[in-house]
Design a protein around this ligand. Structure first.
Ligand code: F6R
Length: 610
């Protein structure tokens, strides 16, 4: 949600910055802009729309600057247009800033500054911060001090980088609540919202903490708190490579990430599954093993797709480990004064590790004294650092805005946690071994599901004119129905609802007629017969049925209009196998409708505002 990047070094800044914006465009694509210093003057270029439009007005040949900042925007305050695009400057035109986050007290500051005679061109909160820094600079003649003074008066969240022609060999980066990473190269530094903008130039990074700033010059950088206390940072290594953030021959990142799932699931198990012992080794949780053993209740909190994974986790942990689980939207959890008992353990799930609502839920749970554990993809992210302990899902960078491989890797890790807890409790060695054996076979089964892509493509062709879809499933396939519907909505803009199949007769059945496609997840499990009855109810009302069913099930072929088969497996694993055809269905529907699969409208990958 907004990507920011600042560069200082020996390369042509405009090239490094535009490259960084292209890498981070999944964070927002409403507008883009760049500021550099040429002949001691700040030059800013900005444009509504995608980074490619900005690229069309930036003439790299005429630019020589080796310092600059750039931004790709997901609009919060003010329409996406050229004026509201970042960077924003102060009234003197000598200070330029890029910002990710929201300055919550911007309105009061704007009134105060207006009364003092300062003017504003845009509707953004960011311009207020730029003008404020400029006003303070007039008083103190010191950029770092002016930034520090401004930041100690603003409330809300920010990741910012400040550039000024007053001090043309310096970048000031700071954060509170929004991510910021500083890449350390050979006589060059890149400050960015995430490591994807950095990895091409260096693998060495430091992650800034909340209320911390970095003062970066050509000779090095120092870090301190906004209240001016020096801090010491450990240099860390980016763990992914450049080819992991490229399309590698696939038409879209989403398709690449769907096809990566056999590997990402295997990676999430690697070194963790102890097949012979029917158990799991989770190094990240060893420090809280006793706490987990005695947990009276587990709360899982997350947003969006990660929340759907949490719902699957609820089934897995309750069924395998017999520990009560509650699942909460992170955005609700923090505001409803949740009751937390001393023996509760809170898990938070987040692909990005930066979702503002989820991060706030971590802070709320910690404030109440709970043990808070992360299930996170992005290494070094805020949630990974703020939780007491946790497990990385190891899905690798997920660039497509609609989450796919992170979802299945999250469920895989939840499965490991369920087995880990189960074996600490009453799950027998034999049952543990049986589950471990199934987990070992899972990547190959996922591979075989992917081979159904052509059939799914032809279903998408047939239904791409439908205006609504219903997705129905029961038990641990209910969250799969929710996730299937979300994927379709997000990337094809077709309205879709996910429901527990049996709930259909309590309302949604009124929607069913010959124009309503209904996707059933109807795998062979304990409630298969009940789901078949629900399918018959839809059929009796002429609804069109697309069923996800277990290989070898001949009965369903006689009722459904289309069947997509997935391999037989223990029911715990059907959410993973069944969600893959639904990802492909959403993908091919979006292609049919010529939608922008990787950058759907209004969305951004990492939701760093509340
Ligand atoms: C949907 C999607 C979102 C995210 C949600 C949480 O495809 O990607 O619903 O799942 O914004 O994001 P993370 O997992 O990064 O906390």
């Amino acid at each position: 949600m907004c990507g920011i990047v600042g560069y200082i070094g020996k390369r042509k800044a405009s090239e490094v910055l535009l490259n960084g914006l292209n890498r981070m465009e999944y964070r927002g694509y409403d507008s883009a802009g760049i500021s550099v210093i040429e002949d001691s003057k700040l030059i800013t270029m900005k444009k509504k729309g995608k980074v490619s439009l900005l690229e069309s007005i930036v003439d790299h040949k005429s630019l020589t600057s080796t310092i600059g900042i750039a931004h790709t925007r997901w609009a919060t305050h003010g329409y996406p247009n050229d004026v509201n695009a970042h960077p924003h400057s102060d009234n003197s035109g000598n200070i330029s800033i890029i910002h990710n986050g929201i300055i919550e007290n911007y309105y009061a500051l704007k009134i105060k500054l207006t009364e003092e005679g300062y003017t504003f061109k845009s509707e953004t909160d960011t311009e207020v911060l730029a003008v404020f820094i400029g006003a303070l600079y007039e008083q103190v003649n010191d950029l770092e001090r002016a930034v520090r003074m401004a930041l100690s008066e603003v409330s809300g969240t920010f990741g910012i980088v400040v550039l000024s022609s007053h001090e043309p060999d310096k970048l000031i980066a700071a954060r509170r609540g929004s991510p910021l990473v500083v890449g350390i190269g050979k006589s060059e530094y890149i400050a960015a919202s995430d490591a994807t903008a950095i990895v091409q130039y260096t693998n060495s990074v430091v992650y800034l903490s909340d209320n911390e700033m970095a003062i970066i010059t050509r000779d090095g950088f120092t870090t301190k708190t906004i209240s001016n206390r020096k801090t010491i940072k450990a240099i860390q290594e980016i763990k992914f490579s450049i080819d992991q953030i490229e399309k590698s021959g696939f038409e879209h990142f989403m398709l690449k990430e769907i096809y990566e799932q056999p590997h990402t699931i295997r990676d999430s198990f690697r070194g963790r599954l102890l097949s012979e012992k029917g158990n799991v080794k989770l190094g990240g949780l060893s420090s809280v093993k006793d706490k987990l053993r005695s947990a009276g209740r587990i709360i899982i909190t997350a947003c969006g797709t990660s929340w759907h994974a949490a719902l699957v986790g609820e089934y897995l942990i309750e069924q395998i480990a017999q520990v009560p689980v509650e699942v909460e939207y992170a955005s609700e959890f923090r505001y409803r004064n949740p009751i937390l008992n001393p023996d509760d353990v809170v898990f938070v799930i987040s692909q990005s590790g930066e979702t503002a609502d989820t991060l706030a839920a971590v802070q709320e749970a910690k404030r109440k004294g709970a043990t808070v554990l992360g299930i996170v993809n992005v290494v070094g992210s805020s949630i990974a650092r703020e939780t007491d302990a946790g497990i990385y899902i190891h899905a690798g960078p997920e660039i497509g805005v609609a989450s796919t491989k992170a979802f299945t890797a999250q469920i895989s890790v939840l499965m490991l946690i369920a087995l880990y807890l189960g074996r600490m409790k009453n799950l027998s060695l034999a049952d543990g071994r049986k589950i471990a054996a199934e987990l070992n076979e899972l990547p190959a089964k996922v591979e075989s599901v992917l081979q159904n892509a052509e059939g799914i493509k032809s279903i998408a062709k047939e239904y791409s004119t439908a205006k609504n879809f219903l997705y129905l499933g029961r038990g641990n396939n209910f969250p799969v129905a929710l996730e299937g519907a979300l994927k379709l909505k997000e990337i094809s803009y077709i309205h879709a609802e996910g429901y527990p199949a049996a709930e259909m007769k309590h309302g949604p059945i009124a929607l069913i007629d010959e124009n309503m496609p209904v996707v059933f997840i109807a795998t062979k499990d304990d409630i298969y017969d009940k789901v078949i009855s629900n399918i018959e109810e839809v059929k009796a009302r002429k609804g069109k049925i697309i069923a996800i069913a277990t290989e070898g099930d001949s009965r369903i072929g006689r009722i459904a209009d289309h069947v997509i088969y997935i391999p037989d497996s223990i029911s715990f694993l059907t959410p993973i196998l069944a969600s893959i055809p639904l990802q492909l269905l959403a993908y091919y529907m979006a292609l049919e409708l010529e939608c922008n699969v990787d950058q759907p409208r209004n969305l951004a990958k990492s939701v760093t505002v509340e």
